[in-house]
Design a protein around this ligand. Structure first.
Ligand SMILES: O=C(CO)[C@@H](O)[C@H](O)[C@H](O)[C@H](O)COP(=O)(O)O
Ligand SMILES: [Zn+2]
Length: 199
């Protein structure tokens, strides 16, 4: 059996490989920039960004919301973003009373407003609670963005924008999702608060 160090190196190589592939995809890198501009117009219009995901992607949703509300690269006023995964009372009440598949659609209906933006993160692109979230956005006039992987055709069809990482590995997709999230935060922060010359 190969040494553990060889395994570590091959995992790192595989993660870099997916990111190299994204780097070469003009349509995807263009779409990432386009989603960042959408985030700017949502915030400048006085609206909010709502994020959601399951498992590791729930952590990514919280992580990105925190970058907006607190800070990313430099000090500036907070931007309104909320992760729909972080309130155990809400999560357990909806899960228990309405079913897990309604977890995000119910919260979007309760707290989303027309002009807000929902970022649904699903590596498979098949999680029912995320897909229902996109449908609810459509009904309520909420913009929607899917962060997904190669299999995320349904998510791509339901969301207004889709950032599809060219991989079928959950871990590799998640690693690229957080990279994409950070790039979007960096662009949004600079476009709203200055420092444009560094873009
Ligand atoms: O973090 C990981 C695997 O890296 C897991 O917790 C993973 O997020 C969970 O299995 C999720 O339920 C997967 O959901 P999705 O990304 O397919 O929507
Ligand atoms: Zn994980």
């Amino acid at each position: 059996m190969a040494s553990l160090r060889t395994f570590v190196q091959s995992e790192i190589r595989s993660s870099i490989g997916v990111k190299e592939e994204i780097l070469g995809m003009d349509a995807l890198t263009e779409e990432i920039a386009c989603v960042a501009e959408l985030c700017v117009s949502v915030f400048q219009g006085g609206n909010r960004i709502l994020l959601a995901g399951n498992g590791g992607s729930a952590a990514d949703a919280q992580h990105i919301a925190a970058e907006f509300v607190s800070r990313f690269m430099f000090d500036r006023p907070g931007l309104p973003a909320i992760s729909l995964t972080t309130d155990p009372s809400t999560v357990t009440a909806i899960g228990n009373d309405y079913g897990y598949e309604n977890l995000f659609s119910r919260q979007l209906q309760a707290n989303g407003r027309p002009g807000d933006l929902f970022i649904g993160i699903s590596t498979s692109g098949k999680s029912p609670n995320i897909l229902r979230g996109f449908k609810t956005c459509h009904d309520l006039g909420i913009h929607s963005v899917a962060l997904t992987g190669k299999g995320g055709i349904q998510a791509m069809e339901l969301a207004d924008h889709c950032l599809m990482v060219p991989s079928s590995s959950t871990a590799r997709i998640q690693e690229s999702h957080i990279l994409i999230g950070h790039v979007i935060c960096a662009i949004v922060e600079r476009l709203i608060f200055g420092d444009r010359e560094r873009l």
